[in-house]
Design a protein around this ligand. Structure first.
Ligand code: ATP
Length: 442
């Protein structure tokens, strides 16, 4: 019975139920910066945790790292960001707004009725290149020598630590280094809620391979990353892999494909998977003067590894999980939202609900709550009719509801309700943790 998902419905629900709030809202808000509320923070943590579990913890060939956001300015010279991390920018002489020259069709201009830039009769200036890195100063003096940048990607922290990780862990090529953390880009036209913001979190992994093995590994990571979203419940028909055309490829990349999701505003990139060759390690070797290469004990060869990079966005993925889970159904003549999250992604896993506010049921429910909160994020709710309480939970996507009723007080069993099938089963309290674990950790 699903109605059409629109961004407006998702954004409204997100605010009403505490997924996200506009940054600094009481001061009028800061454009395209978002804060995650009590439910949203759990959702985003689950997305990052699912990524870390599948990309690091469950594998023996990938290790993690957590680098400083501020890095030596030479890093960005070597990486090419100072010279080339730019977007073409145009100004409209009539409305005085700035737009990305290559995305004019995607954004409205402020002229009403809303038009695309250049269609309001205003003249657009020639495009000029605008560097997307945020600059700041390190230390008390604001001078050129003190300029540092807020990292625009997490990948470079991995490349500059390649030798450190190699020498301190027992990894051998092929192996990967993974990182989750904030990145900053002074985007010209941010928008579409969490999709494009100026401060966001990335989940990036650099996988180092022997040159010659790179194409096999590139294909491997395309499949792995596509399936990651499917396994966490994203509808396969709303996902696709789009290989980049040759003229879209970065000059150093041998191949690149995006995992795209069909958002209400159209097919858009969720994650990019690139074969970056040996470009980054060679650049850092040249700029730092260090020998950044790998000696293969087996073949007695020295080489600079090639790199396959799956680079995802935690906020974009969170948005995709939110949009994809959005559904509507009818209850008592009313249309209501239900978020059908995969149990691993759902922000709250279980709701504990005493049927009555008397006869010892609230006390019993709190005992159950205490057991479950050791394992998962759990909510207790005793306010209003049971139907209304289930609806509140369905709206934030809680997959399981536990009801404490008259029978519980006699035989220590509870009912366990499944959000999607709405089926209820009676289960002894002592079996609850095992049963929920079986259903959540799939
Ligand atoms: P786009 O073409 O959308 O600007 P990109 O190709 O520049 O993205 P990458 O540099 O490959 O993006 O970054 C990897 C991932 O980081 C993206 O797939 C996306 O999920 C995320 N990301 C990049 N820029 C932003 C942003 N401004 N806001 C939110 N997430 C972002």
């Amino acid at each position: 019975m699903s109605g059409t998902v629109t961004m407006e419905k998702v954004v409204n629900l997100a605010k009403r139920r505490g997924f996200t709030f506009q940054s600094s809202e009481i001061y009028g808000g800061l454009a395209s910066c978002w804060d995650y509320g009590p439910i949203g923070v759990e959702l985003k943590r689950n997305v990052k945790e699912a990524w870390w579990r599948d990309m690091v913890r469950r594998r023996s060939d990938i290790v993690g790292i957590d680098c400083a956001i501020l890095m030596h300015p030479r890093v960005w010279e070597a990486s090419g960001h100072i010279a080339g991390f730019t977007d073409p920018l145009v100004d409209c002489k009539k409305c005085k707004q700035r737009f990305r020259a290559d995305k004019l069709g995607d954004v409205p201009c402020p002229e009403k009725p809303s038009k695309h830039p250049g269609e309001c009769g205003g003249e657009l200036t020639e495009a000029r290149q605008f560097n997307l890195m945020f600059k700041t100063f390190m230390g008390p003096v604001e001078e050129d020598a003190a300029v540092v940048f807020m990292r625009p990607e997490t990948a470079q922290g991995i490349f500059v630590n390649f030798l450190n990780v190699l020498n301190s862990s027992r990894q051998k090529v092929p192996f990967g280094i993974a990182q989750v953390g904030k990145s900053f880009r002074n985007e010209i036209t941010p928008g579409n809620f969490l999709f494009r913001t100026r401060e966001f979190e990335q989940m990036e992994m650099e996988f180092f391979v022997k040159p010659g093995d790179d194409e096999r590994w590139f294909q491997y990571w395309l499949d792995e990353r596509f399936n990651w979203y499917v396994n966490l419940g994203i509808k396969r028909e709303r996902l696709r892999l789009r290989p980049h055309a040759t003229d879209e490829l970065a000059h150093y990349a041998k191949g690149c494909a995006d995992v795209e999701y069909e958002f209400p505003f159209g097919w858009s990139e969720l994650e990019g998977i690139a074969n970056r060759t040996d470009f980054d390690l060679k650049q850092h070797a040249e700029y730092s003067g260090k020998d950044i290469s790998y000696f293969d004990e087996e073949s007695k060869e020295r080489f600079v590894p090639y790199v396959i990079e799956p680079a995802a966005g935690a906020d974009r993925a969170t948005l995709a999980f939110l949009v994809d889970a959005y559904d509507e159904d009818e209850a008592e003549g009313e249309t209501r939202a239900v978020l059908r999250f995969h149990p691993r992604i759902a922000p709250v896993k279980v709701a504990v609900l005493p049927l009555l506010r008397k006869d010892g049921q609230p006390e019993k429910a709190k005992q159950v709550l205490d057991i479950l909160k050791e394992q998962w994020v759990v909510q207790y709710d005793q306010a209003g009719s049971i139907g209304r309480r289930y609806r509140r939970q369905d709206e934030i996507g809680t997959p399981f509801g536990i009801t404490i009723d008259h029978q519980t007080m006699q035989d220590d069993t509870v009912t366990l309700r499944d959000r999607d099938s709405m089926q209820q089963e009676r289960i002894p309290i002592e079996r609850l943790v095992d049963e929920l674990r079986r259903r959540i950790e799939i």
